[in-house]
Design a protein around this ligand. Sequence first.
Ligand SMILES: [Fe+2]
Length: 371
Amino acid sequence: MKEFKMYLDLLYYDSFKEFMEDAAVGEGDFVLTNEFLYNQFVKPLEPSCGALFIEAYGLGEPTTEMVDRIRADLPDGVRRIIAIGGGSVLDIAKMLSLHVSSGKTEDLFLGDEAPSRVYDVYAVPTTCGTGSEVTNACAVELVSLHTKRGLNNNLMFPAKSVLIPELISGLPYKFFATSSIDALIHAVESYMSPKACPHTELFSKEAIRLILRGYQYIVENGLEKWTDLADEFILASNYAGIAFCSAGCAAVHALSYPLGGKYHIPHGEANQLVFAATFRKYKEKKPEGKINDLEALFGELLGVPSDQALEAAFALFDKVQPRKPLREFGVSDSEFKDFAEGVIAGQTRLLNNNYTLLSLEDMVEIYQAIY
Ligand SMILES: [Fe+2]
């Protein structure tokens, strides 16, 4: 059985001001964001609601401990959380919206109790990668286990998903590059997943088309020209979110988690590090299958023969965002077996979506290939 899950109340606005007025953001609402976004977009509108900046609780990818401290600081009487930011902000808002009796975020992941939903989340992305605004998923570092974990729960579908291209056009280039590559990987992993169905493929393929066309445009015309295509990139990220919400992500996300959890390499960058090596391993282990459909799709979009399409795509991604070897992040090759064991023990939710089975040795070889 395959399933296409979509809860969508999607709103498009030309400006952030129009959204805030239309949603009548005020008493009973709470804004969760970053300070620079607040100062730029929210503060000038002077809404009568509280606000909190996630960086005051820790830098980098979110941890359960950060979410607990934010939860403790939320005032009484909040009905809606207006989450304005990248994947971390949106994921934290979705975790806050769920309540377990212990009040501990880790118990959402490790406990037996079914949580209840206590807030409605309005998810307003400011990067073009997360897709979190349309998924029932979140990811966080579990402090007690020193690893990143994902969680799916239909109660975490945002009440409203709000797309405002104005919010992403001020992104620094590096954030554009790493977030859009994350979206591309969402689209590709969901396309290759055994849980893919005709509806998820529709969204995956359109996200891949928009991102590859966009990358070709900026490589030809100047990387800073990505803002010409802000509308397309935010849509692609959203489509990829719809696809992976049902078909799931897989080994690339699983293998990147130790790099994010232990070395705090940003999510999109960590994914890009392992992406090409994972797909070369897939191709080596199972050269015939859905990977040929992906090669045909890449080949058609990039204007190269199918048998050269994967390498042409990897080369294009590296032009958009050059990759550094793992050793430059302080990672030691003596850790690869531990990483792989941790992935096998903790990321079965993702590994079940792999194109083909990857053994512990395969995973160690993937890390070695990018060392
Ligand atoms: Fe991702």
